[in-house]
Design a binder for this molecule. Structure first.
Ligand code: CO
Length: 152
């Protein structure tokens, strides 16, 4: 495992659309281990592959301070219900916190690092996190959606 550089806002890499993962191989596993390492070191909740400069549809997340991890490859939101407004931050946008409206509940279909299908059901903070990370895979940053921006 190795920590990777976290790309910061202003870097064009963060604005690209990531490609689906097609090879569930050792290289993918190594990347995901590095992403977890990077996430823990940065003390974040979620990290998407483009944030470490890899344009592949992958994110990792932790909701218990780095004890257990959610890993999602090729995630797709298949269900979204309700609305919730909450402040978000991003490891690629230091020292900024802005309110974003997200679904209160989401169901995400994805794959684990071995290519097995997984279903992630989440509410509230976790739902917002999944939406935030999946946005990264489409080159979207939370500041694009913040209510502050909408009201400007
Ligand atoms: Co982010």
């Amino acid at each position: 495992m190795a920590r990777r550089k976290i790309y910061q806002i202003g870097d064009d890499t963060l604005r690209q659309v990531s490609k689906p993962v097609t090879e569930f191989d050792d290289k993918l596993s190594a990347l995901m281990d590095d992403m977890i390492d990077t996430l823990v070191y940065a003390d974040g909740a979620g990290l998407a592959a483009p944030q470490v400069g890899v344009l592949k549809r992958i994110f990792v997340a932790t909701f218990d301070g780095g004890r257990t991890f959610i890993e999602a490859v090729n995630p797709v939101i298949v269900e979204a219900k309700g609305k919730r407004v909450a402040a978000e931050g991003c490891l690629s946008i230091p020292n900024i916190s802005e309110k974003v409206e997200r679904p209160r509940h989401v169901v995400v279909h994805a794959f684990d690092r071995h290519g097995n299908p997984i279903v992630l059901k989440a509410d509230n903070f976790e739902a917002s996190c999944y939406c935030h990370e999946i946005d990264h895979l489409d080159g979207i940053l939370f500041t694009d959606k913040s209510l502050r921006r909408k009201n400007r």
